[in-house]
Design a protein around this ligand. Structure first.
Ligand code: ATP
Ligand code: ZN
Length: 298
């Protein structure tokens, strides 16, 4: 393998796969990938993508098989704690927080069961695939409970009589509902992160890491950003500027033939909702137009 090409590990098939590939495409990467292939070649950047199980991503970066990885904070933190329990420090650095893969590691009890805070967990059997994160949660609350470590299908453990409650990943809560479970406590708020090796990279590779980071920042800013244009009376400028969500100094343009009115153009770093437009209109704005932003480079 070419030593001067960056290697980035992403999940092969799962919840993080599509958003990870989408992020890379938005960063300008063109990859060729055959079906079921383990690796895809970056055609326009010296960057190759490895498709692996998400649980293997921290190790691949630790062991310098890959320089970068996209993985859930839940997997990363569990790994960090597992390493710490063996007296090892993690050899990966978290370099970006990403805006996808949002979920939480949560405790859930069977529908009828009562729960009055962490002390209710005393002596209970809790099924999870995240024993280290759960152990930390219990230790910090001074609660002694039995951790039942499973490799999957955690949500059916209570019905099978293997546990009294579970500690599992939740996003919408529909899986819990379908299994007659009720979410009671959050153990960890999670989202995808970008990790890199802490080792110094050769200058060419390092330059591409920096470029990728800048592009990721741009992509993430753009996702929420809108370009807004409107006409307004000069006298309402102050009020209108206050109403524009997350915008820096807007551009004010005089309107030919209307000395009292101006056009205002601004980039809003937050989504622009109907309510905002209605308030702007009330403040005297007209000809309101909201456009998506395609690319941004600070
Ligand atoms: P793999 O075969 O790669 O090990 P997996 O079954 O561990 O797959 P997925 O269920 O695809 O993985 O989840 C991958 C990651 O997606 C999780 O580690 C988590 O960071 C994130 N995620 C987001 N929402 C959820 C959710 N509702 N349930 C589980 N994971 C979620
Ligand atoms: Zn996994």
């Amino acid at each position: 393998m070419d030593e001067l090409r960056l290697k980035l590990a992403i999940q092969k098939s799962g919840r993080l796969t599509e958003p990870s590939l989408d992020l890379l495409v938005r960063c300008g990467l063109k990859i060729s990938r055959g079906k079921d292939q383990l690796m895809a070649y970056g055609e326009n950047m010296p960057l190759d993508v490895l498709f692996v199980r998400d649980d293997d991503i921290p190790d691949l970066v630790q062991e310098d098989v890959c320089d970068l990885g996209l993985v859930g904070l839940n997997v990363l933190e569990e790994k960090r704690l597992e390493l710490a329990s063996r007296g090892h420090a993690a050899r990966f650095q978290q370099v970006r927080t990403l805006d996808f893969g949002r979920c939480r590691l949560a405790l859930a009890v069977p529908d009828g069961a009562s729960f009055e805070g962490p002390s209710s967990l005393r002596g209970k059997r809790i099924a999870t695939t995240y024993p280290y994160l759960l152990e930390k949660y219990l230790r910090e609350r001074d609660v002694c409970a039995e951790i039942v470590t499973l490799s999957g299908a955690v949500e059916i453990a209570p019905r099978l009589g293997r546990a009294d409650l579970i500690c599992d990943l939740v996003s919408t809560g529909s899986t819990l509902q379908a299994n007659h479970l009720r979410e009671v406590e959050t153990v960890l708020e999670s989202h995808a992160v970008l990790i890199r090796t802490p080792l110094d990279l050769p200058p060419l590779k390092d330059e591409w890491v920096q470029r990728l980071l800048m592009r990721i920042d741009g992509v993430q800013q753009v996702r929420e950003s809108k370009y807004i244009m409107l006409h307004a009376p000069r006298s309402a400028l102050g009020e209108i500027r206050k109403l524009l969500p997350g915008s820096e100094s807007p551009t004010i343009i005089p309107l030919e033939g209307f000395p009292d009115r101006v056009a205002i153009h601004a980039v809003c770093r937050e989504n622009v909702f109907w309510e905002t437009l209605e308030s702007l209109k009330k403040a005297g704005a007209s000809a309101l137009l909201v456009l998506p932003v395609e690319k941004m480079l600070a």
